[in-house]
Design a protein around this ligand. Structure first.
Ligand SMILES: [Zn+2]
Length: 327
């Protein structure tokens, strides 16, 4: 139900209103940080539009128990498609692969390709198998580059009746203006620390200190999970000395893209810690902490470029020598 999506009342009320009134734009764009419920909201919306229970639909909700709601929950509804890197990896392998191959293929995905977009636009053209709404969800929509984005354009501009596209992005600025101008935007807000903590209890019950992870989360569950991993890397290694810094850098993943994300998460944790120290420091220590914060902003930018994340991280951690910061 929409009420299960914590902290996004404004967005979910809007979606409920659309279901209730039956006036749905051809293309919606869900914007906001990763890990705050955008994809869950898209699926709830698909359920509510297709729900077999008339009274639930009248309230703009899904019953959660009918054939259609259950099929969407399981990912088997013929008229609801979620396109993401996993979908693309399966397409690339033509579904003929074991778990290990799929995992490898998934790790390679960086952009949604033109072939993937053509696959889903072809689906959009077919008649709805169950006669309800066709819902086509594209997650990480910012990863569509020129050709893929252009292949989508005319389909989101004039979708057939009872068809809705939902593009999901955490990086709206990276999307083409031509796509943005054809979508009705819907903003999702970062979550409160308390909501992140509450969600961690359900989504990551194995996490030792959800409250601490939530404090470093930046208002998202994904952020909290990344922070938890960064905190454990920092606790096993440390910072300030060369040996400790090298140990943290050596703990990064072997896959470049993953290592980059992990290194960024470590820097984010330290930026939060530096900022906390800065607010509590007296005048004599403030300048040094401010200098460190400026340097960390530069390190973060370098990690985004083609520089070895391990090397940048090591340099960053060593630069904290002599500073009084606690994580
Ligand atoms: Zn239902």
């Amino acid at each position: 139900m929409f009420s299960d999506i914590l902290g996004q009342e404004k967005a979910t009320h809007y979606l409920q209103k659309l279901v209730h009134e039956g006036r749905v734009p051809g293309a919606l764009l869900f914007c906001g940080p990763e890990g705050i419920g955008k994809r869950k909201a898209a699926l709830e919306f698909a359920k509510a539009l297709n729900c077999e229970d008339y009274f639930s639909r009248q309230n703009g909700e899904a019953c959660g128990a009918c054939h259609s709601c259950l099929a969407i929950e399981k990912g088997t509804h013929p008229d609801v498609t979620v396109v993401d890197f996993l979908y693309q990896a399966r397409l690339n392998l033509k579904d003929n692969s074991d778990e290990e191959e799929l995992e490898k293929e998934l790790a390679k995905q960086q952009h949604l390709s033109v072939d993937t977009i053509r696959n889903v636009t072809a689906k959009a053209q077919q008649k709805a198998a169950l006669g309800g709404w066709k819902v086509l969800i594209i997650d990480q929509a910012q990863t569509m580059q020129g050709a893929a984005a252009n292949a989508l354009l005319k389909f989101i501009e004039e979708p057939p009746a009872k068809t809705v596209w939902i593009l999901i992005t955490s990086k709206r600025a990276m999307m083409l203006g031509t796509i943005l101008s054809r979508c009705q935007p819907l903003m999702f807000a970062p979550l409160s620390q308390a909501h992140v903590e509450q969600l961690l209890h359900t989504h990551a019950p194995e996490l030792k200190d959800p409250s601490r992870a939530a404090a470093y989360s930046g208002g998202s569950v994904t952020g909290a999970l990344q922070a938890a991993q960064a905190l454990s890397l920092l606790e096993e290694g440390g910072f300030g000395s060369a040996a400790a810094s090298m140990q943290v850098a050596a703990g990064l993943s072997r896959t470049a893209a993953t290592a980059r994300k992990e290194a960024q998460a470590v820097l984010d944790v330290l930026i939060t810690a530096l900022h906390t120290s800065w607010t509590q420091a007296d005048q004599t220590h403030r300048a040094a902490l401010q200098g460190a914060l400026d340097k960390f902003a530069t390190y973060k930018r370098s990690i985004g470029r083609n520089v070895s994340p391990a090397l940048v991280l090591e340099t960053a951690l060593m630069s904290l020598d002599g500073l009084d910061i606690k994580i």
